[in-house]
Design a protein around this ligand. Structure first.
Ligand code: 8OZ
Length: 359
């Protein structure tokens, strides 16, 4: 008998099952990047997940890299998120906020006053962003001054305070997918020569200082970190990821944070990367709850529990198309297929209109 559909105790939070809704950018926030009542409906529809991680929510205006992503720094945004957390809780669910700063994965047209995106170093990302007038090339970012770093950490801390004020059940720090914290971790994007660059300890410093700042706000079981050690998305790479991410997992384990949420492979793509670093090593290094992500099927999730290679399993695209994913997996019912054309932007279509089986 699998325990995939049984409750799981995460610190003092009782999750209804071991299935997690992964963070999913949907670009449907309203003016001022404020969460809307429609977003509350969408999340509440998915409240049978043991745990929902919100879509990335930017901690400051500078942390934004896509149109219509929600923020968590203004009073209006906090009020908007309150609709979401209330709706999820009323439906019996648990939801944490994903705290996000995109760093260089942005564009002046998405930044306050047309500013340059910030990054650990002025390294041009190869790729394009959608600005509202179509896809445009990314630009050379501005390297953060050493003196600016405390204000970035303060923004994360304030976002953690705001998440608490908003009724979230915890927070996940987004340190994956080539965004700001990942840009500091990996040496393709971090060329700094101060105490935030160079050695593994130095490159991990910002993530660990951000984590410590968030731990001043939240009890440790309610804090998680998301990593994607071998994912190349957003033009990121590291010359030697195994010692880097082993160090990070160990440092986070020592802080006794609640969970590590790991994208095992290429984000949204292959689980196998051909790299010699076995990501499963992180599971043994990190003492807390391990959430596995990327390309999990019902069979893989059951196998992960049977072998105890993960405590919880998160699903992304399957949750877009199946509000009742947990019930469908439990009954081995067929799944609706997600429509990529409606992943980002728009309104109800492809968002809140995917049918549930039994309602
Ligand atoms: C897809 C589109 C926009 C953002 C990530 C927050 O990769 C994202 C994201 C994904 O983590």
């Amino acid at each position: 008998m699998t325990d995939l559909f049984q409750p799981y105790q995460l610190g003092n939070l009782k999750l209804a099952n071991r299935i997690v809704m992964a963070p999913l950018t949907r670009s449907r926030a309203g003016a001022g990047d404020v969460p809307t009542p429609l977003m509350a409906t969408y999340y509440a529809q998915r409240a049978s997940a043991g745990l929902i991680i919100s879509e990335g929510t930017q901690i400051s205006p500078h942390g934004k890299g896509y149109i219509q992503t929600p923020g968590i720094y203004s009073a209006e945004q906090i009020a908007g998120w309150r609709l979401v957390t209330d709706a999820v809780h009323a439906a019996g669910g648990t939801i944490m906020a994903q705290l996000w700063h995109v760093g260089r994965i942005s564009h002046p047209e998405l930044q306050p006053d047309g500013a340059l995106p910030v990054a650990p170093s002025a390294v041009l990302p190869v790729g394009q962003v959608f600005t509202g007038r179509g896809m445009v090339d990314m630009v050379l970012p501005r390297a953060l001054e050493l003196a600016e770093i405390p204000s970035i950490i303060a923004d994360y801390r304030q976002a953690a305070v705001n998440a608490q004020a908003t009724g979230f059940d915890g927070v996940e720090i987004h340190a994956a997918n080539g965004y700001l914290l990942d840009q500091f971790l990996r040496d393709k994007t971090n060329r700094r020569s101060d105490e935030y660059g160079g050695s593994i300890e130095n490159r991990a410093r910002l993530l660990l200082e951000v984590t410590d700042a968030v731990l001043e706000v939240w009890e440790k079981e309610r804090v998680g970190v998301r990593l994607s050690p071998l994912s190349p998305v957003n033009d990121i790479d590291d010359s030697d990821p195994e010692p880097l991410f082993s160090y990070v997992a160990q440092a986070l384990s020592r802080r006794e944070i609640g969970f590590l949420h790991v994208i095992e492979g290429v984000t949204g793509g292959a689980r196998e990367t051909g790299h010699s670093f076995q990501i499963s090593r992180l599971r043994s290094i990190f003492a807390g709850t391990y959430i596995a992500n990327n390309g999990y099927t019902r069979e893989l999730a059951l196998a992960a529990r049977a072998s105890n290679s993960a405590d919880l399993i998160s699903f992304g695209k399957a949750f877009i198309a199946n509000p009742d994913l947990v019930e469908r997996l439990e009954q081995d019912a067929p799944l609706n297929l997600p429509d990529p054309a409606t992943f980002y932007g728009g309104a109800e279509v492809g968002y809140t209109d995917y049918p549930a089986l039994f309602v």
